[in-house]
Design a protein around this ligand. Structure first.
Ligand code: HEM
Ligand SMILES: Nc1nc2c(c(=O)[nH]1)N[C@H]1C(S)=C(S)[C@@H](COP(=O)(O)O)O[C@H]1N2
Ligand SMILES: [Mo]
Length: 454
């Protein structure tokens, strides 16, 4: 009975066809009912009654301004290396078009890099509680099930992976670096720079897509009213299309006011225990979380030392009476002793050292010979750049190239003395470079040779 067989199969075929026409959503829901997803993927798993678009939007607004500032200060900090002036300065030679915006780093205001990198690092630390709170507030979205219903949604979730993964990557690498935990697979600069561009792409897309929703969510409740609402009077936000509000909310254990206070207090504690390393003065004592000593010694040389002479393997012979400064680039090489340098007209300028790792010293009074005078002595009166080389062998930051505008600024010194005393060995005796507004890596210690370029 072949016909009957065929008849019997018909209903099944039709229902499959109808089913397919109803679209993937219905099929997805049916499958969901038949096979509930594991733990946190289950609707109803996330039950906080304060989770919702308003709270997410408040944290999002803070991050919108905070992370934008991190992006701008980070990209400027990269420019501050003057990586295009010479390959020696470029820690990411494979950056390609990512260096499109680079420009000659200025020498004024002289505290420029100190402010810039102080903001980047301090803000990065202060935003940690806000970032964690923001991720907590959207966590149900990270666990939607099934992971992707359509190609469009798969794409959206991939962008979220880049966004969340990217921001965590940037914070983790940044904080590891300033805590001097150099456990990176490769160079921190590469990881943090390329990671930043991946993140920036995802962040810009996210901001464009979500800003309208953030604004409407912010308008949906009054901040003032929230700040007056205690735990007992805390009720969930109305059900939202974004799926942040719990389907089955638990009883409140904390108000929205309490959540904001918790995050705000966390940020303020971090601010109070780190900002001192960048603000300096009496505040330095409060930088409990800063890894660079809060007690840098006393006397004229009593300010932060990054790496000591012993640590980088500087020997007493290298910086003893036999030390000579060599000047090249002109018609004939010149050789000067420290006494020769001290006999030249000296200038004194108040300048800080501002490390890329965020800490900085207060202004110190450096006394030495302007680099431009040494260029003239070398027979290069109009230098376009100078290669500075340390007597230190091995290790990073032993050579750097300063751009023309830096050499020509008369406050850029080969310093011999600081705060009225001879440089200490750890601060670069017999001579070190100090340049206004530049990152600390450009202030080469234990200088052995200057090669001027035209
Ligand atoms: C979304 C977050 C962040 C972005 C987009 C970002 C971006 C950048 C960029 C583009 C640079 C220059 C990279 C280079 O010079 O190779 C940089 C440098 C740096 N960042 Fe971040 N950063 C972020 C978060 C953080 C955090 C949280 C910290 C630590 C608290 C941090 C610490 C540093 C340090 C120490 C440097 C080294 C200075 C330098 O290389 O110029 N960053 N950042
Ligand atoms: N020769 C040499 N010069 C150097 C360094 C170094 O490791 N070797 N470190 C640089 C860095 S990263 C900084 S922040 C400053 C720190 O100077 P300070 O130790 O006198 O504070 O020196 C710079 N000059
Ligand atoms: Mo540094």
């Amino acid at each position: 009975m072949p016909e009957d067989d065929a008849e019997e199969q018909k209903p099944g075929r039709i229902s499959r066809a109808v089913h397919a026409a109803a679209g993937p959503a219905v099929r997805g829901q049916e499958r969901l009912a038949a096979h509930p997803p594991p733990g946190p993927f289950r609707p109803g798993f996330w039950r906080s009654p304060i989770r919702g678009p308003w709270l997410t939007a408040v944290f999002g607004l803070v991050l919108l301004f905070g992370i934008t500032t991190l992006m701008v200060t980070g990209l400027l900090s990269y420019a501050a290396y003057d990586p295009d002036v010479d390959p020696v300065n470029d820690l990411t030679p494979d950056k390609g078009i990512l260096g499109f915006y680079l420009f000659d780093w200025p020498t004024r205001p002289y505290w420029l890099y100190r402010l810039l990198q102080g903001v980047h690092v301090t803000l990065g630390i202060v935003l940690v509680p806000v970032l964690l709170a923001k991720l907590w507030s959207v966590i149900p979205k990270l666990f939607t099930w099934p992971p992707a219903r359509s190609a469009a949604q798969a794409l959206e979730r991939l962008s979220l992976l880049l966004l969340v993964g990217g921001v965590i990557f940037e914070f983790v690498t940044g904080i590891m670096n300033i805590q001097l935990w150099y456990a990176f697979p490769g160079s921190f600069y590469r990881l943090h720079l390329y990671g930043a561009w991946v993140f920036i792409g995802a962040f810009v897309a996210h901001v464009i897509l979500k800003t309208p929703r953030m604004l409407s969510a912010l308008r949906s409740r009054s901040l003032r009213a929230e700040l007056r609402t205690d735990t007992a009077h805390t009720v969930p936000e109305p059900p939202d299309p974004d799926g942040l509000v719990a389907a089955d909310p638990a009883a409140p254990t904390m108000s929205r006011r309490g959540a904001l206070a918790l995050v705000g207090t966390g940020s303020l504690v971090l601010l109070a225990t780190t900002a001192g390393q960048s603000i300096g003065g009496a505040w330095r004592e409060t930088a409990l979380l800063a890894p660079r000593g809060r007690e840098p010694g006393s006397g004229p040389n009593g300010f932060q030392i990054n790496k000591t002479a012993a640590y980088v393997g500087i020997t007493p012979e290298q910086i003893g009476p036999a030390w000579r400064l060599r000047l090249s680039g002109g018609p004939a090489e010149q050789t000067l002793s420290r006494e020769d340098l001290l006999a030249m007209p000296l200038s004194t300028h108040a300048l800080p050292i501002a490390c890329v790792e965020g800490w900085s010293t207060d202004d110190q009074d450096w006394t030495g010979v302007p680099l431009l005078r040494l260029a003239e002595l070398a027979g290069v009166p109009r230098p376009s750049a100078v290669l500075v080389q340390s007597v230190q062998t091995g290790g990073p930051f032993t050579a750097t190239v300063l751009a023309g505008n830096q050499v020509r600024d008369l406050r850029s010194l080969l310093a011999l003395r600081v705060n009225g005393a001879d440089l200490s060995a750890d601060h670069g005796y017999p001579a070190r470079v100090i340049v206004p507004a530049a990152p600390g890596v450009h202030n080469t210690k234990w200088v052995g040779r200057l090669t001027f370029r035209t």
